[in-house]
Write a new protein. Structure first.
Length: 421
């Protein structure tokens, strides 16, 4: 059943609303036969799409392509070995308190769950994979079944040796959160049977080191937990001193600043204040948030972002995309403790993959990007001497051109003044 709908202004293309087997576009349902012929430019908010300014994508040049390519191949390697220490610690130690004796140690449970996370397998498939691998290696050790994995995953805790090593010196911490789907009925099933309910999901909170890209702290909460309340739990997992803390506007507020300064009193906090934010008006020297508000009011938000280094926050967006691309968009576990274990193992897996190989890049679209990259103290180790000489000569040429332009303009200005005189 279809009914005619009025056409948009300046567009003569008829749109039909399909009540059955249709799809929604801007609040209207387009029938299946017209879906392939529908013109997106007919939408009112896309009238000026062809005249909008599109910023070109920045290009980067990889300086360690050979090592990075080898690291990518190493990520997919199926090489697996078991050390004698792992075999000795495969079975759980004898229990000295009341209760049943566990058969498998936390190391065995972690090994099975890690394989399931890497290969995106359910618990039964993980049990079969680990059993076949141990048979191929000729090891006569028991394999935990899927019920044991499901039960022990709710009580598993990561050991201190699994934490990524922190770099020397103060840290530049990036914090953000994202949503993860959980097990439940899908949208199609809800629409088919009419049993509509609020869809539940989990919030994954991550803290990433800007220099190494490794996940140094994580947390999993329900969908109702706000982001600022998780700053203190994330900082409790970080032992090193923080030099700069960068987050988006969702973390703006005094509780966030208070938690960060309690952890590191000299930390530089880069959080964009809200558009309606005003200075606190407290007596004494202005705080960091008041300075941000004043700088944005005087210079604008874009200049403040460039001066404060807010662009580094894109690295945690990359980490979130890496997690969802490699680990998955959905949590496989059903209970909340098991979901926390799944997230913890996923972060461990990502850090291991990142340790295999990481590209070292610099912007190749402009000379300014190359110059800024070379000025970085850590970047000098990843370029050749020929590239250093090229950048030095280019800087000299640009400086000479600027001096010549300034002298030429001053000469023209002096002649103009003499003529008027």
């Amino acid at each position: 059943m279809t009914v005619s709908a009025p056409t948009y202004k300046n567009h003569r293309y008829p749109i039909e609303i399909a009540l059955v087997h249709g799809s929604f576009v801007n609040g209207l349902a387009i029938s299946r036969q017209d879906r392939n012929q529908f013109d997106p430019s007919a939408m009112p908010y896309k009238h000026n799409a062809d005249r909008r300014h599109h910023v070109g994508k920045m290009k980067f040049r990889v300086t360690n392509w050979r090592d990075y390519e080898a690291g990518l191949r190493r990520r997919g390697s199926l090489t697996l070995w078991v050390t004698p220490e792992a075999l000795a610690g495969w079975r759980a130690p004898r229990r000295k308190t009341r209760g049943g004796q566990a058969q498998y140690s936390d190391l065995a449970i972690e090994t099975a769950l890690t394989l399931g996370c890497v290969f995106a397998m359910r618990l039964r498939q993980t049990e079969g994979l680990l059993h076949s691998l141990l048979d191929l290696m000729g090891l006569k050790v028991p394999v935990p079944d899927h019920t044991t994995l499901s039960r022990r995953a709710q009580k598993w805790e990561p050991s201190a040796r699994r934490n990524p090593p922190l770099p020397d010196g103060p840290l530049h911490v990036l914090v953000d959160s994202t949503g993860l789907k959980v097990y439940g009925a899908g949208q199609w099933l809800e629409q088919k049977h009419g049993a509509r309910s609020r869809r539940n999901w989990r919030k994954l909170h991550l803290a990433v080191d800007a220099k190494s890209g490794a996940i140094i702290a994580h947390g999993l909460t329900d969908q109702k937990t706000d982001d600022p309340s998780q700053v203190a739990p994330l900082l409790d997992q970080i032992d090193g001193e923080i030099d700069q803390f960068t987050a988006d506007g969702a973390y703006d507020g005094k509780p966030t600043y208070r938690s960060i300064l309690q952890h590191s009193a000299t930390a530089n906090i880069v959080i964009p204040p809200r558009s309606t934010a005003v200075e606190s008006g407290d007596t004494g020297p202005p705080g960091q948030r008041d300075k941000h508000i004043a700088a944005i009011a005087s210079d604008g938000r874009l200049k403040w972002q460039a001066a404060a280094g807010y662009g580094k926050r894109a690295l945690i967006e990359t980490a979130i995309g890496r997690y969802k691309g490699l680990i998955g968009l959905r949590l496989r576990a059903r209970s909340f403790p098991a979901q926390q274990t799944e997230v913890a193992i996923g972060c461990i897996v990502l850090n291991r993959m990142l340790a295999c190989g990481r590209p070292r890049v610099y912007p190749a679209s402009s000379h300014a990007g190359i110059t800024n990259y070379i000025k970085d103290r850590n970047a000098l180790d990843f370029i050749s001497a020929h590239q250093r000489r090229f950048v030095y000569v280019a800087d000299c040429v640009i400086h000479l051109l600027k001096r010549c332009t300034e002298s030429f303009l001053s000469m023209l200005l002096s002649r103009e003044v003499r003529c008027h005189g």
